[in-house]
Design a protein around this ligand. Structure first.
Ligand code: T3D
Length: 261
């Protein structure tokens, strides 16, 4: 699938969505939101077993397209409505996908672009990439789940510091702080991420989807609720084909052949 602002490629059970407005550092406009939503729907329909999200050109995503507004004319924008319409469903859509979602942050990730990268299940970044909570520089509040993810990933002090200053951090620092999974040499980024995604796509996808659900629910649960959730999810996993195959392969001393079911 190839639209104006999004490229979608699915091969070997791995879907790659590329944000494709390189002249605007892949900033989000309405078309891109709509086309991204359609691409994610397509990933589900095609039953991909891993999704990679990356950007075309030198940036991952510079957040909202600031040129798409006509504020000089006195236009009053309801940004809350914009979040409700586009960013919030996007974040929830990525979180609810029952497959691993991997960000390959190829360059600068700013504003909502940074937070969408952090919303992915695992975030890889090129060494030259930067993460910027740019919102405060234009008088806004971190959105796209930033205020949820940042304190959870790096603690309140660092989250507050990044959000209040809008200072950027490089990929190496992001890795050392636990903001991202891995910092990779620029030229190795896509190969590393694709190898990783192809590997995950051969794994028990259904169980991975359940792992994701359990991990993401943990932030809002007490221990008892989480134990109940684990019981329920383990029940589902235990009825799966991949559980039978995993145990059989272990007993036969051979590699498992998971079907993702
Ligand atoms: O309004 C809503 O929808 C509400 C939702 C808000 C969510 C948000 O994401 S708010 C945060 C919005 N994003 C930003 O504030 C970041 C703005 N961009 C920058 O600060 C810088 O561009 C970067 C730090 C990301 C990169 O800097 P640099 O020096 O590498 O590149 P540049 O020269 O600034 O940008 C290159 C081009 O991309 C340039 O266009 P030109 O001059 O070559 O024609 C620049 O205008 C354009 N660009 C970069 N970011 C955006 C953008 N165009 C539109 N919107 C952008 N966000």
């Amino acid at each position: 699938m190839s639209t104006q602002t999004i490229l979608l490629d699915i091969a070997d059970d791995v879907a790659v969505i590329t944000l494709n407005r390189p002249d605007k550092l892949n900033a989000f406009n309405e078309d891109m939101h709509k086309e991204l939503r359609a691409a994610i729907k397509q990933v589900k329909t095609d039953k991909a077993r891993a999704l990679v999200l990356t950007g075309a050109g030198r940036a991952f995503c510079a957040g909202a397209d600031l040129g798409a507004r006509d504020l000089a004319s006195g236009e009053k924008l309801d940004l809350g409505a914009l979040l409700e319409k586009y960013y919030n469903p996007l974040v929830l859509g990525l979180r609810r996908l029952p497959l691993p979602v991997i960000a390959a942050v190829n360059g600068v990730a700013a504003g909502a672009g940074a937070n969408i990268a952090l919303m992915c299940d695992l975030t890889f970044a090129a060494r030259s990439a930067r993460f910027i909570q740019a919102f405060v520089k234009i008088g806004l509040v971190p959105d796209a789940g930033g205020t949820f993810m940042l304190p959870r990933l790096i603690g309140l002090q660092k989250a507050m510091g990044l959000a209040m200053t809008g200072d950027d951090i490089d990929a190496e620092t992001a890795e050392s702080w636990g903001l991202i999974w891995k910092c990779v040499e620029d030229e190795a980024l896509m190969d590393t991420v694709m190898d990783f995604a192809r590997h995950l796509a051969t794994q028990p996808t259904r169980a991975i989807g359940l792992i994701k659900r359990a991990m993401l629910a943990a932030a809002g649960n007490d221990l008892e609720s989480q134990l109940r959730l684990e019981r329920n999810l383990q029940r589902v996993a235990g009825y799966g084909t991949d559980y039978r195959e995993g145990v059989a392969a272990f007993m036969d001393k051979r590699p498992p052949k998971f079907t993702g079911t």
